[in-house]
Write a protein that binds this ligand. Structure first.
Ligand SMILES: [Zn+2]
Length: 98
């Protein structure tokens, strides 16, 4: 059976996921992150991208605008509340941009 060809975006995303899992997974298990995320979502309960498009969608994810680094993980000024579909899309887009 022939393999289904993957799109460029999917490949980029999978590459990202791999890097992410290797380097960042521990961060997302920390008490600090979980508390920060809960607090951030309580302050920003709606997806900010959907809100700009006049859609009211509850946020489920906290996104680090421009990517997370070891020093900005808990920096609310670079974080954005997003729904899961916006988060997946924006992550794939940022990976393409490099
Ligand atoms: Zn959204």
């Amino acid at each position: 059976m022939p393999h289904k060809l993957k799109t460029h975006t999917q490949l980029q995303y999978e590459k990202h996921k791999k890097v992410y899992a290797n380097t960042s997974n521990k961060f997302y298990q920390t008490r600090e992150w979980k508390d920060f995320r809960k607090f951030f979502l309580s302050m920003n309960p709606l997806c900010q991208i959907c809100k700009e498009a006049n859609r009211i969608v509850p946020a489920t994810d906290v996104h680090h605008v421009g990517g997370r680094t070891p020093s900005n993980g808990l920096d609310s000024s670079i974080c954005q509340s997003l729904c899961h579909s916006c988060h997946s899309r924006i992550t794939a887009t940022e990976m393409q941009r490099g």
